[in-house]
Design a protein around this ligand. Structure first.
Ligand SMILES: NC(=O)c1ccc[n+]([C@@H]2O[C@H](COP(=O)([O-])OP(=O)(O)OC[C@H]3O[C@@H](n4cnc5c(N)ncnc54)[C@H](O)[C@@H]3O)[C@@H](O)[C@H]2O)c1
Ligand SMILES: O=C(O)[C@H](O)[C@H](O)COP(=O)(O)O
Length: 380
């Protein structure tokens, strides 16, 4: 039996029953002494995993139930001969649904014909691209690693993508190599956006220079801003949250399906590594849900999306833990704010992706493509 240390915020750990014995632990911080008796470490993005953590321990397999891997020193794990697996794409649909709701909640009214600059066209960027095209929006995709534009999108330079009406970031956090992304949106690029554009960051906090963004928002010249990720996580600067149109505690990918799929992908990788058959299927999750109302406009579309999940609830809860009142007062200490951020994530309400909803009301033709992209079933 393998000895497995796992982040307590990972669902579906019973998948590992029979393969190993699980000890759960908070991921931030992770107590190194626990690893002295562990063969396997399973983390989420809040645990920094490097040679200093693993050297001298019996750990030979590390899994991260996340898309991003910037918290893992992959080269150091390689030098120690530690196998690494993660969960590409596991929560991509949840992030895409978050972005869709942010765009639909933005004031301009008619979205068809407006453009969306999608920066990073991987698992998340492609899903976002498909959803916004289904709304009749044009996709200007920037991804220097791609040679061909994904379906329906036009590959453009970063400057061209940043000239779109909506800019949404879906890059990994990268420091080295030809296309680093730390402060990809730096002061000058942010300043060039102006106050009319919508900027959404669900990638990693440091992809946007938060200090420069705050200065622009304070002067009234920054973009309409939706932030799920923050440069100083788990600390959220109250002033930045106060000036953002919406903020959330790094939960864009926190659907029940996305988190569970992450664990399940690690289960498969661990089985392969230790020569076991991965016989357990992805646990069934989506409840049966029926929407009786018509969808004819943005308001009725949002009403349906809100039946699954409300972006505004995330914002409200984050304001509460940061101590931000409608008057803009913040009265909590840094320690309270950091602990509150992590607690919100630990106690995040069950949020299901929209796939599988049975739509019993009339659906106007303009809305059918986006419902189809979301996996809703038209029963009328
Ligand atoms: N907020 C959340 O809850 C949440 C959830 C999932 C993922 N994420 C973040 O989103 C990122 C993207 O997720 P994904 O599943 O699409 O990853 P992915 O690896 O499938 O795609 C990333 C894409 O970014 C491109 N890219 C790399 N450097 C670039 C650059 N300088 N400019 C433009 N494009 C560049 C890559 O070529 C790739 O196509 C993850 O790395 C993770 O950090 C956040
Ligand atoms: O990269 C991802 O998949 C997400 O950003 C990440 O998983 C968010 O959740 P966490 O791992 O911090 O619980």
């Amino acid at each position: 039996m393998l000895r497995i240390v796992a982040d307590e915020n990972m669902p579906a750990l019973s998948l590992f029953d029979g393969i190993g014995q699980i000890i759960t632990t908070p991921g931030r911080p992770l107590e190194r002494a626990l690893l002295n008796q562990a063969d396997v470490l399973l983390v989420r993005s809040v645990t920094q995993v490097d040679g200093a953590l693993l050297e001298g321990t019996p750990v030979r397999f590390v899994g991260s139930a996340t898309i991003g891997t910037d918290h893992v020193a992959l080269d150091e794990l390689g030098q120690l001969g530690v196998c690494f697996a993660h969960a590409p794409g596991c929560n991509a649909m949840a992030v895409a649904e978050y972005v869709l709701q942010a765009i639909l909640s933005w004031p301009p009214g008619e979205l068809a014909g407006l453009s969306v600059g999608v920066i990073g066209m991987g698992n998340v960027g492609r899903r976002v691209s498909a959803l916004v095209q289904a709304l009749g929006m044009k996709v200007l995709a920037h991804d220097p690693w791609l040679e061909q534009a994904p379906a329906g999108a036009t590959l453009v330079t970063l400057a061209q993508a940043l000239a779109a009406d909506v800019i949404t970031l879906h890059v990994p956090l990268v420091d080295a190599g030809p296309h680093p992304t730390r402060h990809l949106l730096d002061g000058p690029r942010l300043a060039a956006l102006g106050p009319q554009r919508l900027l959404i960051n669900t990638s990693r906090g440091p992809v946007v220079d938060n200090t420069a963004l705050l200065a622009l928002l304070r002067s009234g010249t920054g973009p309409v801003t939706v932030l799920d990720v923050w440069e100083t996580e788990p600390l959220v600067p109250p002033a930045l949250l106060a000036l953002a149109a919406s903020g959330s505690p790094h939960v864009a990918g926190y659907s029940v399906e996305g988190k569970t799929r992450g664990t399940w992908m690690l289960y498969q990788a661990l089985c392969q590594w230790c020569g076991e058959a991965a016989s357990r299927p992805m646990p069934p999750l989506a409840p049966s849900r029926q929407w009786p109302h018509a969808i004819t406009d943005t308001a009725s579309m949002l009403a349906w999306l809100h039946a699954g999940y409300r972006l505004a609830d995330d914002h409200q809860r984050l304001c509460e833990v940061v101590g931000l009142t409608p008057e803009g007062v913040h009265y909590r200490s840094e320690a309270e704010r950091a602990a509150g951020f992590d607690l919100l994530r630990k106690r995040y309400p069950a949020r299901h992706e929209m796939a599988g909803w049975q739509m019993a009301g009339a659906i106007a033709p303009a809305w059918q493509p986006v419902l189809s992209q979301l996996g809703a079933v038209l029963v009328r």
